[in-house]
Design a protein around this ligand. Structure first.
Ligand code: SF4
Length: 329
């Protein structure tokens, strides 16, 4: 499959200043630090990690909702990292986002019809209001809602239905890439599966590429092709989702997987548990060497001194850990 997203050495630093009248730059929060990866058309690329690891900031920078500090974001061959607002417009249409909380992402003063037709008219996907209304009704049908829902307001729907409307809105402008930011975590367990099935159906039917941000590793495994594990702004392990989850190399990935329930007792039995101790260090003062060393049960003297570069474990699996060199993995 063709590569549709290529992120190279992406950085997003938030400067911290001290002083009131005379501001002095004292440090940077390195929320995203030299992140590189590729996403192929029609695949799902998952970004996982604890809160504050940089996964949401990475997605926001990729969408150019915030500007990168440095690095490249190639979308279908064009580097969009420095494009102006006007130049970004066609890419804004191609890249849509579905947020965690559909309540906050749907305008409460607009009817569902207005919510769905506004982006189509703005991006000139349709030639008339009538055509937009027709397309909106078709979108509602695709997400399992009825034509009479066009005249209703978001508060008249359940959480699952609101997320269906948010998905219909994302689809209204014929996107190629959809960012899914914890799209099911605010929903009841009973409706989560319905939303996941809907997303999978659209990916297959429309050839969509997804960037999926999630804490839920079982769900990541179910819907993703590739996964990147982030820790303090850096990718520490990345590759084919089954390879990374079946044979994790980085102790942080192992710990995340240890904390996530596995429905299969056979796998559960074989698994050695690594329990994470300590808190995530401050992103302003990250530890020396490998940022994970204060929490790592396998740390060696080199770990406090040198940051481990990303190395290939197999052709579609990389990890940033000194254990890769020692072949003790
Ligand atoms: Fe642990 Fe060292 Fe690997 Fe970091 S580099 S994860 S401290 S073994």
């Amino acid at each position: 499959n063709e590569v549709v997203i290529r992120v190279q050495n992406l950085k997003k630093y938030f400067p911290i200043y001290k002083g009131f009248l005379v501001k002095k730059h004292v440090a940077d929060v390195k929320a995203v630090d030299e992140v590189s990866f590729e996403v192929k058309r029609g695949e799902t690329f998952a970004l996982v990690g604890e809160s504050g690891c940089g996964k949401t900031t990475t997605a926001r920078v990729m969408l150019r909702l915030i500007d990168p500090t440095d690095g490249k974001i190639e979308i279908m061959g064009t580097d969009i990292s420095r494009l102006s607002r006007e130049e970004l417009l066609p890419f804004r249409r191609k890249m849509q986002i579905v947020f965690q909380n559909p309540i906050g992402s749907l305008n409460p003063r607009m009817t569902v019809g207005q919510i769905l037709t506004e982006p189509m008219l703005f991006h000139k996907i349709v030639n008339s209001k009538e055509e937009a209304d027709q397309k909106a009704i078709e979108l509602l049908r695709m997400v399992g809602l009825k034509p009479f829902h066009m005249d209703r307001y978001p508060h008249q729907f359940s959480g699952g239905q609101k997320q269906r409307i948010a998905i219909a809105r994302a689809l209204s402008v014929d996107p190629e890439i959809i960012y899914l930011d914890e799209p099911t975590s605010a929903l009841d367990v009973s409706v989560q599966a319905q939303i996941v099935n809907l997303l999978l159906k659209f990916q297959e039917e429309l050839g969509l590429t997804y960037v999926f941000i999630s804490h839920n590793l079982a769900l990541v495994r179910f819907i993703s092709h590739q996964v990147a594990v982030m820790y303090l702004g850096k990718i520490v392990e990345m590759g084919d989702v089954n390879e990374v989850f079946d044979n994790p190399v980085h102790p942080y990935t192992k710990a995340l997987l240890s904390a996530s329930p596995i429905p299969d007792p056979a796998i559960e039995k074989k698994r050695k548990r690594i329990i994470l101790t300590g808190n995530v260090p401050s992103p302003i003062a990250r530890p020396s060497g490998c940022f994970f060393h204060p929490r790592c049960p396998f740390r060696m003297p080199i770990c406090e001194k040198e940051y481990p570069e990303m190395k290939f474990v197999s052709s579609n699996h990389q990890a940033a850990c000194h254990l890769v060199d020692k072949r003790e993995v």
